[in-house]
Design a binder for this molecule. Structure first.
Ligand code: NAD
Length: 494
């Protein structure tokens, strides 16, 4: 944790002088139009960044292409790539407070969480894949006498990573680190809302000695810069984290261009099932509240559907409501703040529309909602609806905000049917003291991750991703390296 006081964060924010160009071929470069970066904490324009058209995207892909086809990065010994990634991680650690401030200002999460959670994840991710870089053996399967087969993992080429704003650096690191460790070169396109932290990361990559073109950043609107990367013939792999709707676009872009492989990490509507034999019902309720309100609910894995057994529903929901009402919503630079604003006024309006639709469909508003938000900016109070039925939009659609839908059930089979009854399959949780119930539920739940008696737990060593319309790629763990490598067979007649 950082112990920088509120006043000092405000001073640092006032003195901020962020990078604003694209980072291409090892250097910052302006050009093209510019776009404002608006902080949701007070609506202030904190910078204007270069905004790419197709010329800048072409330049970034060309730099990554050169770096891959003829540059040193893919040709370095894996131990040398490891050393460069470790140097980069050390520089991120050195600038951790600056990066946390940039993240907090651009997307609104409390600065302490940016520092303690987001930056810890980024530094850990860079170091983990750095260490993995020189520890992956190739294979020599047994073949007939007189021949030798080698199965080697080759870097897959130029990787374009298009990421969202909710964990702007973590989502980027989960793609950049394994791709670079595997020997690929990378073009990152951050979300329009959160380019500044990504540009600082790029400056540190250059300082760490990554060769020009190995890691590039282009800013710009999704429909222009994201689309240009999706359609670009010079991109071999497109790694995307974002909404299911935009994920569909990337499959179309690939189909219409060079059939690049597309990895999708998409949205969710994750169920959190509380059974009456949960080891500690109060802890289950507290975790349910923490899970949906953490990061203002702007979490792909947020437990946005609380499925609670009817016999314990009122006890659990009363406690969740009490937790919601005790949360401190406010300025993300104030270390006392527990929940900052939503990312933007446009997103705030989308979340309010979900709240209106929930009310109109007959769900009961227990706390929060549009009338109780704090003053200026896209702030919203933690919101809880109960008496939700599975046909209501609030039970099916991703809100991506601090809005909980509570549904009740009578037995485990009904809970599983409810849990699996959406288009999504990112994560799920079950709270029970019975080992068999936990295993039966885990097998039956269609989700990439199932938590038992906890939520949001994880480690770099375990894969993360979804099924159904939550996508199919896996970030984190050694499995993520598969996305950025091709298997090559070399057959030798002896
Ligand atoms: P988004 O899909 O609107 O945008 C994500 C990225 O795609 C941004 O960089 C954006 O500029 C770009 N983009 C937007 N439209 C595009 C287009 N037409 N063509 C090409 N690129 C385009 O998502 P968001 O609002 O930034 O983030 C919220 C979404 O991300 C939620 O659905 C959330 O669940 C999801 N998410 C998923 C994960 C996961 O790991 N599964 C993690 C975090 C967020």
């Amino acid at each position: 944790m950082t112990d920088v006081p509120y006043r000092e964060w405000l001073d640092r924010a006032a003195r901020l002088d962020p990078h604003t160009g694209h980072h291409i071929d090892g250097a910052f470069r302006d050009g093209g139009a510019t776009a404002p970066v608006v902080s949701p904490r007070d609506g202030a324009v904190i910078a204007r960044v270069a905004s790419a058209g197709s010329a800048e995207v072409d330049a970034a892909v060309a730099a990554a292409r050169r770096a891959f086809d003829t540059g040193p990065w893919p040709r370095l010994a894996p131990a040398e790539r490891k050393a460069a990634l470790l140097r980069w991680a050390d520089l991120v650690e050195r600038d951790r407070e600056t990066l946390a401030l940039l993240v907090s200002l651009e997307m609104g999460k409390p600065v302490g969480e940016a520092h303690g959670i987001e930056l810890r994840a980024v530094i850990g991710c860079l170091r983990w894949y750095a260490e993995a870089a020189d520890k992956q053996p190739d294979e020599a399967p047994r073949t007939a006498q007189g021949s030798l087969a080698l199965v080697t993992r080759e870097p897959a080429g130029v990787v374009a990573a298009v990421v969202p704003w909710n964990f702007p650096l973590t989502m980027a690191a989960w793609k950049i680190a394994p791709a670079l460790a595997a020997g690929c070169t990378v073009v990152l396109k951050p979300a329009e809302e959160s380019p500044l932290s990504a540009l600082h990361l790029a400056a540190l990559a250059a300082e760490a000695g990554l060769p020009p073109g190995a890691f590039n950043v282009v800013n710009g609107p999704g429909e222009v810069a994201g689309r240009a990367l999706g359609e670009h013939p010079g991109v071999d792999v497109l790694a995307f984290t974002g909404s299911t709707e935009v994920g569909r676009h990337f499959l179309r872009y690939a189909a219409a261009s060079n059939l690049k492989r597309v990895w999708l990490e998409l949205g969710g509507k994750s169920p959190n099932i509380i059974l009456p034999d949960a080891p500690d019902l109060d802890a289950a309720a507290d975790t349910a509240a923490w899970g949906i309100f953490f990061n203002a609910g702007e979490m792909c894995t947020a437990p946005s559907r609380l499925l609670v057994h009817r016999s314990v529903a009122s006890r659990v929901v009363d406690r969740v409501v009490a937790r919601a009402e005790s949360l401190r919503v406010g300025d993300p630079l104030d270390p006392a703040t527990e929940m900052g604003p939503l990312v933007s006024a446009a997103h705030h309006a989308r979340v309010l529309a979900h709240i209106d639709a929930a009310r109109a469909s007959g769900a009961r508003l227990r706390t929060g909602g549009p009338d109780t938000g704090t003053a200026d900016g896209p702030y919203l109070s933690p919101t809880v609806f109960d008496q939700v039925t599975p046909d209501m939009p609030i039970a099916r659609e991703e809100v991506f905000g601090p809005v909980l839908a509570v549904l009740e059930f009578d037995d485990l089979d009904e809970a599983i049917t409810l849990a699996n009854g959406t288009d999504y399959g990112l994560a799920a949780a079950v709270w029970t003291s019975d080992l068999s119930t936990a295993h039966r539920a885990s097998r039956a739940l269609r989700a990439g991750t199932v938590w038992v008696n906890c939520y949001e737990e994880g480690d770099m060593s375990v894969p993360f991703g979804g099924v159904k319309q939550s996508g199919h790629g896996r970030d984190k763990s050694l499995h993520a390296l598969d996305k950025y490598t091709d298997l090559k067979t070399t057959w030798i007649e002896l």
